[in-house]
Ligand binder design. Structure first.
Ligand code: GLA
Length: 511
C-alpha cells in the first residue's frame, strides 16, 4: 500500500512538473494561429530610446531605413521600422486620422511604400486611450474600427499600442476590441501591446496580440540607463513560461550602442535579450554607430539563439551572488544555449556541469563560443570559464560539431508595383528575392489562399535564396488600380516549426 501511495505521489509530482514547465494550456488561443506572424521574436528599429518625439520625421526614418540596409542589419533579420510617438498624425474634424504633413511630407502611406520598397516592414504607434502618453497625438478610444482601417490603408505591418490615458478602461476588453478592429480592417499586422506589465498581459494577450511589454520604459529618451535595464532583465526573466512562437514577452527596445554603455555592456545586453527570446528592436542611432556596436547587433550566431524556431525563453538556472547562469534554451537542432553573466567588477571563474543543463554528465559535447566564433571539444562533464567583469560568455553546446543556423530571412522588397502601358491585354512580371543567412536550406515557400484571377506566383530556388515571381495578366481587367497582399507560408522547414508567414504587396495600374 505504501509503495502504491509513493508511486501515486511520484507520478503526481512528475505530472505537476511537466504541466508547470510550460504555461501553454491545451486549446489556448494564439493570435499567430490565424495570421502566422511573429513566429520568432520581431526584429527592427524604433526611434523612441534615442530621439523621443521631437526630432522624429520622415527624413530621420528614411535615413534609418538606409542605415539598416547599409549596416547589414536588414540581412541579419531586422525588419520593422517606423515612427514611435513621433507626432506623425492628428485626428481631423471628420474623425479620421490624418498625416502630419509638416513632418511626413510623403504622407504616412508614402512612407510605408518607401519602407516596403526598401525590403523592410512598416511600424507605427498608437495608444488605447484617449491620447498618447505625451498627449501630443490622439488615441484610439472610441475610434477603434476607423483607426485600424486607417492603419491598414497606410499599410502598417506592426502596430505598437500604448496604455496611456486609459482611465476607467478595462485592459482585456480594450485590447480585445482593438484586435477585433484589426481583423475587421483585413490587414495582417503584428500587434505589440505596451501596457508596461499593467494587467499582466502575459496571462491573456497571446489571443489578441503577438508581444507585450512586461515592464516600464528601459530609459528616458537619449539617456541609456544600465541599472534600469538590469531591473527589466530580472523581471522579464521570471515570465519565461509565457513566451513562445507568436507570443513574446517584450522587455522593451534595446539600448545597445547608446552613449554611456561600454562594449561589454552592449554585448551583455544583446546576449540577455537573445537568451530571453526577446523582440530585438534596436533603439540606437544607426547612422553613427561604431563598428563594435554594428558587429554586436549583427552577430548572426547570437541572433540565431533569439530567432530559434522553438521559441523557448531561456532563464536563470543558477545564481551565485553577482553571477547568473542562464540555460534551458533548447534549440531546434537539439543543441542548447548557455549564458554566463558576471555583474562583478572583477573577472570571475565559473564552472558549469552538463547535468545541471539537462545533459548527462558523460555526454560528449562540442562547445561553441558565440562571441569568439570558436568551437572546442568534445568535452565531458562540464567546463570552467573566466568571465571578464560586467561581461558575458555565451555558449552553444551540442553533441555534433555542426552548429547549424536556423533560417533568418530578409527580402529585397515587399512591394511589387506594375503598370500596364496600353489598354491591350499585357503580361507583366516582377520578382523579389528571399535571402536566408541561416545555414538551413528551406523548402519552397508556398502561396496560401486564393490569388486574384489576374495574378499568379512562381517560386524557384537559387542556392539558399528563393525567387518569388509575380506574373500578371491584364486581360479582362478594366482600367483602374488593383492591390492584393500575397501570403507565403513555409510550414515544414527542417526545424519542423512553421516560419513566420511572408506577406508582400502587389499593386497594378491598368490603363
Ligand atoms: C510609453 C512607451 C514608450 C514610448 C512612449 C512614447 O512610455 O512605453 O516605449 O512609446 O510611451 O510616449
Amino acid at each position: 500500500m505504501k509503495k502504491v501511495l509513493l508511486l501515486i505521489i511520484t507520478l503526481t509530482l512528475i505530472a505537476f512538473y511537466f504541466s508547470s514547465i510550460s504555461a501553454e494550456k491545451p486549446g489556448q488561443a494564439f493570435r499567430a494561429d490565424y495570421d502566422g506572424l511573429a513566429m520568432t521574436p520581431p526584429m527592427g528599429w524604433y526611434p523612441w530610446n534615442t530621439f523621443g518625439q521631437e526630432p522624429q520625421n520622415e527624413k530621420l526614418i528614411k535615413e534609418m531605413v538606409e542605415a539598416l540596409i547599409s549596416s547589414g542589419m536588414r540581412e541579419a533579420g531586422y525588419l520593422y521600422v517606423g515612427p514611435d510617438e513621433g507626432i506623425c498624425y492628428y485626428r481631423a474634424s471628420d474623425g479620421k486620422l490624418t498625416t502630419n504633413l509638416e513632418r511626413y511630407p510623403s504622407g504616412l502611406r508614402g512612407l510605408g511604400d518607401y519602407i516596403h520598397q526598401r525590403g523592410l516592414k512598416y511600424a507605427l504607434y498608437t495608444d488605447a486611450g484617449t491620447l498618447t502618453c505625451s498627449k501630443a497625438m490622439p488615441g484610439t478610444k472610441g475610434h477603434e474600427f476607423e483607426d485600424m482601417r486607417q492603419f491598414a490603408e497606410w499599410r502598417t505591418d506592426y502596430l505598437k499600442i500604448d496604455w496611456c490615458n486609459t482611465k476607467g478602461q478595462d485592459i482585456v476588453q480594450t485590447y480585445t476590441l482593438l484586435n477585433e478592429a484589426q481583423r475587421a480592417a483585413g490587414r495582417p499586422l503584428v500587434h505589440s501591446l505596451c501596457s508596461w506589465g499593467v494587467g499582466e498581459p502575459w496571462k491573456w494577450a497571446a489571443a489578441v496580440g503577438h508581444l507585450w511589454r512586461t515592464t516600464g520604459d528601459i530609459c528616458e529618451p537619449g539617456k541609456a540607463d544600465w541599472n534600469s535595464a538590469m531591473k527589466i532583465v530580472f523581471a522579464n526573466e521570471k515570465l519565461y513560461e509565457y513566451a513562445g512562437p507568436g507570443h513574446w514577452n517584450d522587455p522593451d527596445m534595446m539600448i545597445v550602442g547608446m552613449p554611456g554603455l561600454s562594449e561589454a555592456q552592449n554585448r551583455s545586453l544583446f546576449s540577455l535579450w537573445c537568451m530571453m527570446a526577446a523582440p530585438l528592436i534596436a533603439g540606437n542611432d544607426l547612422r553613427q554607430m561604431s563598428e563594435s556596436t554594428r558587429q554586436i547587433l549583427t552577430n548572426i550566431e547570437v541572433i540565431a539563439i533569439d530567432q530559434d524556431p522553438l521559441g523557448i525563453q531561456g532563464h536563470i538556472i543558477r545564481q551565485e551572488g553577482q553571477i547568473s547562469i542562464w540555460g534551458q534554451k533548447k534549440l531546434f537542432d537539439g543543441s542548447q544555449a548557455v549564458l554566463i553573466f558576471n555583474q562583478n567588477n572583477s573577472p570571475s571563474q565559473v564552472t558549469i556541469s552538463w547535468d545541471e543543463l539537462g545533459f548527462s554528465r558523460a555526454a560528449s559535447l562540442y562547445v561553441r563560443d558565440l562571441w569568439k566564433h570558436q568551437t572546442t571539444g568534445p568535452i565531458t562533464r562540464g567546463l570552467s570559464v573566466t568571465v571578464p567583469p560586467n561581461d558575458v560568455i555565451m555558449l552553444r553546446l551540442s553533441r555534433s560539431k555542426d552548429f547549424p543556423l536556423p533560417p533568418i530571412i530578409s527580402a529585397d522588397t515587399y512591394l511589387i508595383s506594375l503598370h500596364s502601358k496600353s489598354s491591350k491585354p499585357e503580361k507583366l512580371s516582377a520578382s523579389l528575392t528571399i535571402h536566408n543567412v541561416g545555414t538551413v536550406d528551406l523548402p519552397l515557400w508556398k502561396v496560401q489562399g486564393p490569388l486574384p484571377p489576374w495574378l499568379s506566383v512562381k517560386i524557384t530556388k537559387k542556392g539558399k535564396n528563393q525567387i518569388i515571381t509575380s506574373q500578371i495578366n491584364t486581360a479582362g481587367l478594366s482600367p483602374g488600380y488593383y492591390h492584393t497582399i500575397v501570403r507565403l507560408d513555409n510550414t515544414e522547414p527542417i526545424s519542423k516549426r512553421p516560419m513566420s508567414a511572408f506577406y508582400y504587396e502587389v499593386e497594378l495600374e491598368v490603363k
